[in-house]
Design a protein around this ligand. Sequence first.
Ligand code: 0RA
Length: 646
Amino acid sequence: MVDTNLQYTEQNIQVLKGLEPVRLRPGMYIGDTDIKGFHHLFNEVIDNAIDEAMAGFCTEITVTLHPDDVLSVADNGRGIPVGIHPQEGRPTVEVVMTMLHAGGKFGSGGYKVSGGLHGVGVSCVNALSEFLEVDVYRDGHHYRQRYVRGVPVTGVDVVGPSQVIGTTVTFKPDHEIFGKNLHFHAETITGRLRELAYLNKSVKIVFNNAVTGESETFHYTGGVVAFVEKLNQLKDPLHKPLYAFKERDDIQVEVSLQYNDGYQEILFAYANNIHTLDGGTHVSGFRTALTRVLNAYARKNTLLKEKDPNFTGDDVREGLTVVLSVKLPNPQFESQTKVKLRNAEIDGIVNSVVGEALADFLEENPAAGRKVVEKALTAARARAAARKAIELERKSVLESSTNLPGKLADCHSKDPRECELFLVEGDSAGGSAKKARNSKFQAVLPLRGVVLNVERARLDKILNNNEIADMIRAIGSGISTVNVNGNGDDTGDTFNLDKLRYDRIIIMTDADVDGAHIRTLLLTLFFRYMTPLIEHSHVYIAQPPLFGVRHGKVIKYAMDEQELEEIMQDMPKRGIQVMRYKGLGEMDADELAETAMDPATRRLVRIELEDAVKADEIFTVLMGDSVQPRREFISRYAKEVSNLDV
Ligand code: 0RA
C-alpha cells in the first residue's frame, strides 16, 4: 500500500486524461467559475459527508476554514474504502477521487439516497483544486493520498495507526480556474451547514474558522420542527408545531408545520437536502393534502356552513410556516438552475403522509383546529374583499384616462419601452429628482414616509394604503391576489404585464438604514404581489454615491470608503474638498442627474429573482443563531445588493 513514488507514470497520464474535461470546461460541471462555483466545491464535499450520515454511518462532521482558502471536511463515517478496486486495479479511494461519476453509488455499501444537485462527485473538486488531500481512517490505519490539480502525487500511504474511523478531505480551489480574488465566505458556509443540520438532525456539525479563531456548532435534535420554530420565532404561533415522518418504498417524507397570526406563507421545501426553490411534486402533494384535509375537518365540525364555498389553497396558506423534506433514491430536477422536483411518484406519497398526519393532528388538538379554520375563514372573507377592491380599482382606471396619482410627475413619452419610473424616498428628494430628470422619458413618483410593511399586512389593507395605491396606479400593470413566495406558484389573474407603463422601475432611496428599509419593503411588495416585474427584469435600484470629491470644477463620486480612497490617491491632495452625502436631498439636481438618473453616467443595479428570494429569506429566516435586530439584516442585505452591479 505504501507508495511514495512521485514519478509521472502512465497511470498519472490516464488520470489527467480522465479529469481533463473538468478543467477544460469547469462551468459544465459546477455551473460557473465565479463565487458560486467556488462554493460549489464546498457543497460537493460536504454533501459526501452528509450522504454518509443519511446512510446512518456518520454522526459528526467538522468543517475547518484554514488560511489561504484551504478548507477541510472531516466526518466520522466508515471511511472511503482503500482496498484495490476490482475493475480498476487501483485503491478505491483513488478511483473515487480521480474518476468522473465514481461517487458513492458503487458496490453493496452504496447509498439509497444521495445529495448533490449536480452530483458531479468529489473527483470534480479534485480536478479543480490546486491540491487536495484525503485522509482515511479505517481498519486501524490512517491512510493519506495527495493530488495536485487532480493528479495523484503520492500513493495511498499509511501514515500511522488509527483508533478512529472516518474521512477528511482537505482542498484549496485552484486560482488558475477561479478568479484570484475569490475567497470562501464563512457566512455562506455556515448558512449551508445550519440548513443541513436542521435537515439531518442526527448529525452534529462543527465549523471552525481557523482564520478568526471562531467556532460554531450546529446540532438541532428537533430537526425540521426546530427549523419551523426558528422561522416563526419573531411571529406569534397559533399552536404547537405538527411533525410527521414516514418512510414508504425507500422514500422518506418529513414535515413540520405551524400557523402564526400573520398573513404570509413561508414554505421551505427540500429534496435530498436541496432547497427546491421552485417547488415541484412534493410541494403540490403537500398543498393538495392541506386544502383537502382542512376542508373536510371544517365541514365535519360545521365550521364551514353548507352554503359556504370550500376553502381555496390560498385561504389555508395564510400564516402557514412549513418545512418539507423528502429523501428519495433518484431525484429528477426540472433543470440545473430552476430547482423543481419532477418525480411523479412523490406527489401521492407526500399527499397521503401529510393528509394522515394533519387529520390526526386536528383530531388530537381541537383548539388548534378551530383556530386554524377560523383563520382560513377570515382569509377567505378578506380575499373576497380584496377582489372587490381590485375590481373597483380596475373599473375606476378604465373609466377615466386621467387616473394617475397627483404626485406623479409623468414623462411625455407614452411608449413604455423607453419610459422609466423613479420611486423616490421623500418629497424633498422627489423635488430634486423632478428637476434632475429628462422629462421626455423619465417619470418621478415621490413616496412619503415609510411604505407600509407588506410582510405584515393583508391585501385589502395594502390596497387601501395611499402610497402603494399611487404606485400601483402609476405602474399600471395591477397586482396579483395570489401572493407568491418563490415556490413556483402562479401569480393570479389580476396582474397584466401588457399594461406596464414603464420598462424600468427604479427605486431611489438614501444610502442609509431607512433607505435600505424602504427599498426592502418595495422589493418585498414587488416580489410578493407583482412577481413578473422582477421575473422580467423591470426592477432596478439606483446607486447614488456616498461621497463626492471636488477639485476645481471636477467632481468625482465614490460609492464607498474604498472607492473614496482610490479617488484620493489619484488626485493631488491640495485644494480638494470631500463631501459626504447623507441623503439624496443633499445633492443638487446636476449631481443627482449625473450619479443616479442620466443613463450615460448613472449606476443602476438590476434586481434578479434570486436576489428577491434571498431578500425574502433574509427577512424571514434570520441567518445566524444569535437573534439580531431587524435593522442589521436590512443593512446587510443592502450591502449585498450594492455588489451586484450590472
Ligand atoms: C462508499 C462505500 C463506503 C464508504 C464510502 C463510500 C464513503 C464515502 C465518503 C465520502 C466522504 N466521506 C465518506 N465516507 C464514506 C464504505 C463501504 C464499506 O466499508 O463497506
